[in-house]
Design a protein around this ligand. Structure first.
Ligand code: ACM
Ligand code: ZN
Length: 648
């Protein structure tokens, strides 16, 4: 629908009456205006019709009033008013905003295991989240890179499993992934004391945010089994080297041993004591199940409980923990792997491997939270990979995240979608500035997906508001990725490119990847569309073969330039070719080589690169056929990726 409030081609001087992110459900503009500084009258109304988080904010020439059914609704009205004030002059235009959220769960995930972030960093993000009416922090507190929550009964978790001898994530991975004590030279990590945690929970509560802790089980736990090896399969012991470093343990808990449940229940008792949230996230993702298949204790459990293999064993473990938590008035959330082997009866499924887990669970009448990694994972870079800090692979610009609808009209069981979450894993994110850079402005988009009715959402309108919100976030001291430069999408990506070979037939002399990297198939290289910053996006890939093809211009044409681009995403094994050449021909039989360019050796060391191979001639050259040959270095077994042959 058309933007209601502000021009979509917004500049800093554009007149803006109302800038609210997330966009309210309903806005009626009224005549007149009100002093921005006027204090609102606030009424909490019984039987307020629009739901517990809803509010009506009315701004008239007589003053400002807020009505809501709860303190939370009134708090959200105040957030909207704050944004209006920030972006108005001395007066705010009269208007009536009637507003309520689309989803009850509006979450942001923060991984503090891969890199530890202190409580002030967490609180600063909570303030921003609250201003966006986000109501849940999903706090990933435990994982193989560090256990972050003090548990009195198991001191080695914070004394050892919270520390590593090497700060840099990659170097740590490359050097054995050891742990150490806090006083070890160069020890990196940390944990939250119970006071820290209570302080954060209370602070979040004052902002109407619930903190849901995630305690990973039954995988992603080598830091636990490093210090308590009796919780792993078999008969392992702690391995402590002479230099005081500790070897990592098995990644999974043993589900056959009662000791595991005793440990997890004791840990959960202390967790429940700190976190009053209805939901506890128990992880459940990516368990390697091989050890379970071989472990005598796990095998005995499978036999005695009549479980269907290792999937059934995992399901047994999750269901047993669910029962423990249900008995204490809490419910579990788990990553979508908890569907394997049978879903625990009351579990909420968090869908991350795309949307399939969410669809499946919703069809089974289980509540779901959507955070599909191809839309909602903020560890992917959002702009030009040549200038952005390294991400975890892939590219999720703000426009892609914004395009996500967690519960489309066509979805069976869409009423089971509790909400949506942006998730930030921090393997590559080592500083608070980088953390914020990855969050903002994409968290603005998440907030709007989660709050605003789908029919009121419009990307251009949102982008204008996100730009203004970005500016005010920067003024408040947040590090924000700058979308004003338009660098979130590759040049030509949105509008496409017009050129002589557009729509022309391509004959392939080598085979591109038939499935995953086929892009638009045989039309890809002449469809007038350039690839995005992500190799999944409109790029065609050749695995371990040269890329050779001929384009037929249809008739002999006069041309001045030929250009192709090859991309490099080294962490995914995609490299620019050793050599690219162009040949031309009038008849398609006899070709004449007019261009060759070898790789600059320094380029092959870059994590990312986009190399354009440009032939240009001031004097027109006549040709009908153009052959492109990109030669791969066979020793490396690498991939070649290219997007468009541009002829002018
Ligand atoms: C996940 O990204 N492993 C949930
Ligand atoms: Zn076992």
């Amino acid at each position: 629908m058309a933007p209601l409030l502000i021009s979509s081609s917004c500049s800093s001087s554009a007149p803006v009456d109302t800038v609210i992110v997330p966009r309210p459900a309903k806005i009626e503009m009224l005549d007149g205006s009100c002093r921005a500084k006027s204090e609102p009258t606030v009424s909490i109304v019984e039987d307020f019709p629009y739901g517990p988080e809803a509010y009506i904010l009315e701004i008239t020439s007589d003053g400002i009033s807020i009505q809501a059914g709860t303190e939370t609704g009134a708090f959200y009205a105040q957030q909207s008013l704050k944004q209006l004030r920030e972006h108005s002059g001395r007066r705010i235009r009269a208007q009536r905003i009637t507003d309520w959220p689309r989803f009850e769960y509006r979450g942001v995930h923060m991984d503090v295991s891969r890199h530890f972030f202190g409580k002030e960093v967490v609180k600063k993000q909570l303030e921003m989240f609250a201003s966006l009416k986000i109501n849940t922090l999903h706090w990933h507190l435990t994982d193989g890179e560090g256990w972050r929550i003090r548990i009195d009964r198991y001191p080695l978790l914070h004394e050892v499993a919270a520390w590593r001898p090497i700060a840099d994530y990659q170097q740590w991975c490359d050097n054995g992934r050891y742990y150490c004590k806090e006083d070890h030279p160069g020890a990196y990590g940390g944990y939250y004391t119970k006071e820290d945690l209570r302080e954060i929970v209370a602070f979040a509560d004052s902002l109407h945010i619930t903190v849901i802790p995630e305690i990973e089980m039954f995988g992603h736990s080598p830091e636990v089994t490093a210090v308590y090896p009796e919780l792993a399969c078999g008969t392992k012991e702690c391995i402590v080297h002479e230099d005081g470093t500790w070897e990592r343990g098995q990644g999974e808990y043993c589900i056959g041993k009662e000791a595991t449940f005793e440990f997890l229940e004791n840990v959960l008792d202390e967790v429940l004591d700190i976190f009053p949230s209805k939901y506890i996230h128990i992880g459940g993702d990516e368990a390697g199940k091989k050890n379970w298949a071989e472990c005598p204790d796990c095998r005995r459990r499978m036999r005695e409980e009549h479980l269907d293999g290792v999937d059934g064993l995992q399901s047994y473990g999750i269901s047993r923990i669910e029962r423990y938590l249900n008995d204490r008035g809490r419910s579990i959330i788990g990553w979508d792997e908890i569907l394997e082997g049978g879903l625990a009866p009351n579990a909420v499924v968090m869908s991350w491997r795309g949307v399939d887990g969410g669809l499946k669970a919703a069809a089974m009448e289980h509540r779901v939270i959507m955070t599909p990694n191809d839309y909602c994972y903020l560890d992917r870079v959002q702009g030009n990979p040549l200038t952005e800090p390294e991400g975890f692979g892939g590219h999720i610009p703000i426009s892609r995240l914004y395009s996500y609808d967690p519960a489309p009209a066509s979805m069976e069981g869409r009423e089971y979608v509790m909400g949506v979450q942006a998730s930030l894993w921090t393997e590559k994110v080592g500083t608070p500035e980088h953390l914020e850079h990855m969050y903002y402005p994409r968290v603005f988009a998440l907030a709007e997906i989660a709050w605003t009715p789908q029919e009121e959402r419009d990307y251009d309108d949102f982008r204008s508001r996100a730009l203004l919100m970005s500016r005010s976030a920067v003024k408040k001291g947040y590090e924000v990725f700058d979308i004003s430069a338009g660098d979130d999408l590759r040049n030509g990506y949105e509008k496409g490119v017009d050129h002589l070979a557009k729509g022309c037939k391509v004959t392939y002399y080598s085979t591109y990847s038939p499935r995953k990297y086929r892009a638009a198939g045989d039309s890809t290289l002449t469809d007038g569309q350039v690839g995005g910053w992500d190799f999944h996006d409109r790029w065609q890939g050749w695995g371990d073969v040269d890329c050779i093809y001929v384009v037929d211009l249809g008739s002999v044409r006069k041309i001045h330039s030929i250009s192709t681009t090859f991309g490099q995403w080294a962490s995914s094994g995609i490299y620019i070719p050793d050599e690219v050449s162009y040949e031309i021909s009038d008849d398609g039989n006899q070709f004449e080589r007019i261009f060759v360019q070898k790789r600059n050796p320094a380029d092959s060391l870059l994590p990312a690169a986009f190399v354009a191979y440009d032939w240009r001639s001031r004097k027109a050259v006549k040709t009908r056929y153009i052959k492109v040959k990109a030669i791969d270095d066979r020793n490396r077994g690498s991939w070649l990726f290219t997007d468009e042959l541009i002829v002018r």
